[in-house]
Design a protein around this ligand. Structure first.
Ligand code: CP
Length: 344
């Protein structure tokens, strides 16, 4: 799609619905070709740099395998072993990586108010597309795979379908807010009625809530907020329960001056999470949703805390189809945005 060539993919809010639909069509086509064993060398000899400030299984491998399958090369960079860890700026990093390749993909998701700014500063410094592999605001390669998966199950017309995006208990770590924020902003644009549920301490960023409300109004869909998982699940077609960190503590972590303070705040987050152990997706709660409802999670899921094994491994779960779709959507995004040098 020529209109996306050279463009950044930082938030789904930056793209029109037509552009997102084009990426979804492309991902569907790339998936069919992958399954037939048909080569798709759309980006021969191109290089995409994958810069990670956090761990990853699905995203990294979707981009690395995807680049290979497009005839490109993905170059993995751990931010800790780059000069960023000695203070080199986003701008200088963007100029340098942009001068050596054709795309820069970044994951910077753990600190509120940092990752999205970093990506936009990189993007301002280079002509190559910058792709968000998850920041503090959005996880737009995940949510594109999510909508692809929902369409595979329910078809393209999702009007009137209800998705429940709920907080869930986690003992492992204070997870980023970007998945629920990405879901409420994107699903409201694609015909679905969205119900968000969370305990009081787990609010999301104001700007994402405002975007979700505005998107729902513009699309004629509903965006509602519930105070418990059960309410959100009632009559849902799609349930998407997952954990995220408590907002005010995440802000304190952003402002922490020492590693020791960061560690203390993480402990406080987990202690607060543990007050809400009943927020687990189990078979009883699944019965509140429609009988045809599907269970989704971006993974990794905390088994026995966010969700029980029988739900995650059960017939309503589409999590592995959803994870595979990360590959096809990552390829669609790279193929649409990256281009050969010299740039026009
Ligand atoms: N869902 C997701 O982004 O997975 P990873 O953290 O493994 O990349």
């Amino acid at each position: 799609m020529t209109s996306l060539q050279g463009r950044d993919y930082i938030e789904t809010q930056d793209l029109t619905t037509d552009e997102l639909n084009h990426l979804l069509e492309s991902a569907k086509d790339l998936k069919a070709k992958f399954q037939r064993g048909e080569p798709t060398p759309l980006l021969p000899n191109q290089t995409v740099f994958l810069l990670f400030f956090d761990k990853s299984t699905r995203t990294r491998n979707a981009f690395e395998a995807g680049a290979t399958q497009l005839g490109a090369h993905a170059h993995f960079l751990d931010s800790n072993v780059t000069q960023i860890s000695h203070g080199e700026t986003a701008k200088d990093t963007g100029i340098i990586l942009g001068s050596m390749g054709h795309g820069i993909a970044i994951r910077h998701d753990l600190i509120l108010d940092e990752g999205n700014k970093f990506m936009r500063n990189v993007a301002d410094a280079t002509d190559v597309p910058v792709i968000n592999m998850q920041c503090d605001v959005d996880h737009p390669t995940q949510t594109l795979a999510d909508i692809m998966t929902i369409r595979e199950v329910f078809g393209d017309d999702l009007r009137g379908r209800k998705i429940a995006v709920s907080w869930a208990y986690s003992p492992s770590y204070a997870k980023p807010l970007s998945v629920p924020q990405g879901l409420i902003t994107l699903m409201t644009r694609f015909g679905m009625d969205v119900t968000l549920a969370h305990p009081p301490e787990y609010r999301l960023m104001d700007r994402c809530m405002e975007a979700a409300r505005a998107n729902a109004k513009a699309a004629g869909t509903k965006f509602e907020v519930a105070t418990d998982m059960e309410d959100a699940f009632r009559n849902a077609d799609i349930v998407y329960p997952k954990s995220w960190g408590p907002y005010d503590l995440m802000l304190q972590r952003r402002d922490a001056k020492t590693e020791e303070r960061m560690h203390q705040i993480e402990e406080e987050c987990l202690s607060l999470n543990s007050r809400y152990k009943s927020w687990i997706c189990d078979s009883q709660k699944m019965q509140l949703a429609r009988t045809s409802a599907i269970y989704m999670h971006c993974l990794p899921a905390d088994r026995g805390a966010e969700v029980t094994d029988d739900v995650l491994d059960g017939p309503q779960s589409v999590v592995f189809q959803e994870a595979e779709n990360r590959l096809h959507t990552a390829k669609a995004i790279m193929a649409a945005t990256m281009r050969e040098r010299p740039f026009k």
